[in-house]
Design a protein around this ligand. Structure first.
Ligand SMILES: [Zn+2]
Ligand SMILES: [Zn+2]
Length: 89
């Protein structure tokens, strides 16, 4: 299965998080190596992201933490709500 990620800040879906690096080396005389902090974040806004899971009903990618699993089908919250409504009738 193709891996996708979803940004928690801007909601964009992307294949690969972008690698950012931040130079945390203290300025002035410093004995030791440099502190480069490398991290991965959203390529659009540098926000935090989560793995995205594709909804089996509408095909939208959503945050894996928000997916509902019904009978091995992955449902986004919108499709899950629709299903719930149907059950009420
Ligand atoms: Zn973003
Ligand atoms: Zn859906």
């Amino acid at each position: 299965m193709e891996e996708k990620y979803i940004c928690l800040e801007c909601g964009e879906i992307f294949d690969d998080p972008k690698k950012y690096s931040e130079d945390l080396t203290p300025s002035g005389a410093f004995e030791g190596g440099s502190f480069i902090h490398e991290y991965y974040a959203c390529p659009y806004c540098e926000g935090a992201y989560r793995q995205a899971v594709r909804c089996d009903i509408c095909g939208e990618y959503v945050n894996e933490e928000k997916i509902e699993i019904i009978d091995k089908d992955y449902l986004c919250s919108k499709c899950y709500d629709k299903l719930e409504e149907k059950d009420d009738e």
